[in-house]
Design a protein around this ligand. Structure first.
Ligand SMILES: *Cc1c(COP(=O)(O)O)cnc(C)c1O
Length: 432
């Protein structure tokens, strides 16, 4: 199986030690299952690799946009990670969950004055400043409050990770950050250093997502350290923190690339030590911001089949009770997934059909050309694997479809973490 938390026992699918059919019966479908043990295991991988990487003070920050709900901030807090937050909504959720906000990093390319005030109210540890206007606005607002706010500066190192255009963020022409190449990044550093209510601690970049090529992180580190040396030369200031963002790829199907994250962290850290010495700067502490690689393989989605449409001489469709509302990733990026028929995973799969949702949109495809057992019929259960990242967090109420619940499983036990949206939830804000 794709991951060690997926098994077939007595002819049915098990996930995180629990029987998927039982959970579907108990909680209904569509249903997100999240394997708490796997989430914690993934956190520990990062934590131990960074704790022992030779750069003191290094740590991992969970990019919570990958999957944000109160319970996950509790797990992340317990595992000793920080959290990236990109909106007042994520900040509010983390704060309400009791997350230690000094470990929160406020990201994003457009923080409104309202967001800035809210983040300061909540005691967010770091702002990752994206642009000149934000530096000005944050300094002003922090000044009014009489606080000095720690910041990192987001820059673009001009690296193309060669993954998907939609998720590449480190190129010079990106909407995120200030470009090193154009000289604007050093101007932003000067501006930040001139502000008495801001305390610049380091620099940040995030080159993209679904990276399997370990070279990408070496290249990013090289450019960023070169920039740190420039900052030292021009401004006489040494950065304390080097944040290389997130982006490690995960496996969605057999045969896809793999990357050994722990090994990569160790060798990137070693490279940073060596390079800093060459450049005659102090070695900074390292921050990494994994999102996908913390939660993706800790999630599956379970659906019930409603119809099997065989258009003779053309193609076949298997329709389920969810769709692009709970998983828009194929519609957005053409993302690939592994699909299993949960109640008969071992039957030969010879029927090729598109797995489609219930939304009024032809593009509402969860996965095209899936192989199903010939016997697939209404009432069967289908599981889409590796849906822990960017599914629930990207879910919508299109067609007024309520969002599914999230059930945490752990060693065979289950508990409800997010309840299913009700029809009343859908009209909660409708005034007239
Ligand atoms: C999206 C994002 C991440 C996480 O990326 P993954 O590919 O999910 O690991 C980290 N940092 C920033 C700034 C991001 O925008």
């Amino acid at each position: 199986m794709l991951y060690d938390n997926i098994e077939i026992k007595d002819g049915e699918l098990c996930f995180g030690g629990a029987r998927v059919l039982n959970l579907a019966e108990k909680y209904g479908t569509p249903l997100y299952l999240a394997d708490e043990r796997k989430i914690r295991e993934n956190c520990r991988k990062y934590k131990s690799a960074l704790d022992s990487c030779g750069l003191p003070g290094s740590s991992a920050i969970y990019a919570s946009k990958a999957c944000s709900f109160a319970g996950i901030y509790k797990i992340i807090a317990e595992e000793g990670l920080g959290a990236d937050v990109v909106s007042s909504g994520e900040i509010y959720t983390a704060k309400k969950a009791g997350f230690p906000m000094e470990r929160a990093y406020f990201q994003g390319n457009n923080k409104t004055d309202e967001d800035i005030n809210f983040a300061l109210d909540c005691g967010v540890g770091y702002f990752v400043c994206d642009n000149f206007e934000e530096i000005e606005a944050l300094d002003k607002i922090a000044g009014k409050r009489g606080v000095r706010q720690k910041i990192l500066l987001r820059v673009t190192p001009g690296i193309d990770p060669h993954t998907y255009a939609e998720v590449a963020t480190g190129k010079v022409d990106s909407k995120f950050g200030v470009a090193i190449e154009t000289g604007q990044a050093i101007e932003a550093v000067k501006l930040a250093l001139s502000k008495k209510n801001l305390e610049l601690e380091g620099i940040h970049c995030h080159v993209g997502s679904m990276v399997f090529d370990s070279e990408v992180f070496f290249k990013a580190a090289a450019v960023m350290l070169g920039f740190a040396a420039e900052i030292k030369k021009v401004c006489g200031f040494e950065i304390k923190i080097l944040d290389l963002g997130g982006g490690y790829g995960v496996k969605y199907y057999d045969g896809q690339g793999e990357i050994d994250i722990e090994e990569n962290i160790a060798s990137v850290a070693e490279y940073i030590l060596k390079k800093a010495k060459e450049l005659e700067i102090s070695a900074p502490s390292l921050r990494l911001e994994p999102g996908r690689s913390i939660v993706a393989d800790a999630g599956i989605t379970v659906y019930t089949v409603g119809s099997v449409k065989k258009i003779t001489g053309y193609k076949n469709y298997v329709s389920v009770d969810g769709g692009m509302t709970d998983n828009p990733r194929y519609a957005l990026y053409g993302s690939k997934y592994t699909v299993l028929t949960a109640n008969k995973p071992e039957e030969p799969a010879n029927l090729v059909a598109d797995l489609v949702g219930r939304c009024c949109e032809s593009g509402d495809i969860i996965q095209p050309e899936v192989k199903f057992p010939e016997s697939i019929e209404r009432g069967d259960l289908v599981a889409v694997l590796t849906t822990g990242a960017y599914n629930y967090s990207m879910a919508s109420n299109y067609n007024r479809i309520p969002r599914p619940p999230i059930v945490l499983v752990d060693g065979g036990k289950d508990r409800l973490a997010v309840r299913r949206e009700s029809l009343d939830d859908l009209i909660l804000n409708d005034i007239i």
